[in-house]
Design a protein around this ligand. Structure first.
Ligand code: PNS
Length: 166
């Protein structure tokens, strides 16, 4: 039977760490749905449309990956869309508590839904979207942290945001 998994997240913005996990999931499963959370309670730096566009550009070489957005409970989205499992990256021990809590909550809400953790690549262990935003805002070089094809767009947006252009 074909297996469809989901890589959910804020992706605000996409990093090389996200790309690593999604690429490895795409090599393991028939289809990967990359789902951008629309409303997390915090205001994202990039709009949902922008986050989808950055992901689409970064992942357009992977033919079994679909990019979408979702709102509400992930467990419900998975039930409604025939998703077999959630794939998440684990960077460090600090991720574990929260991810463990989410995995069990999702399983309680949707008992057929498994969560699979992939260990982050050694080069991505330290990476996070918030760190990328912070470094970029302060004028640092983020070329080691984000996909090259969307680097300029991310920098432009963060710089414009800082100066109040958008
Ligand atoms: O990239 P993030 O911010 O760590 O992703 C978190 C995400 C989107 C996976 C998580 O916040 C989520 O699934 N939100 C949807 C709401 C939900 O289902 N909450 C209950 C499960 S904890």
């Amino acid at each position: 039977m074909k297996k469809t998994v989901i890589c959910p997240g804020s992706f605000d913005p996409v990093t090389l760490g996200h790309l690593d996990i999604i690429t490895r999931a795409a090599n393991m499963f028939d289809k990967v749905v990359v789902a951008v959370l629309v409303n997390s309670g915090k205001t994202p730096s990039f709009s949902t449309q922008e986050r989808i566009e950055l992901l689409s550009e970064s992942l357009n070489n992977l033919k079994n990956v679909e990019i979408t957005s979702f709102d509400g409970l992930l467990a419900d989205y998975c039930r409604e869309h025939g998703i077999d499992a959630i794939v998440k990256g684990l960077r460090a021990v600090s991720d574990f508590d929260y991810e463990f809590q989410m995995a069990i909550t999702n399983k309680k809400l949707n008992p057929s839904l498994e969560t699979i953790f992939l260990t982050a690549d050694a080069d991505s262990m330290y990476l996070s979207s918030s760190m990328v935003r912070e470094v970029c805002k302060m004028g640092g070089d983020i070329s080691n942290f984000v996909p090259a094809c969307v680097h300029d767009r991310i920098v432009e947006k963060i710089k414009n945001k800082k100066t109040g252009v958008i």
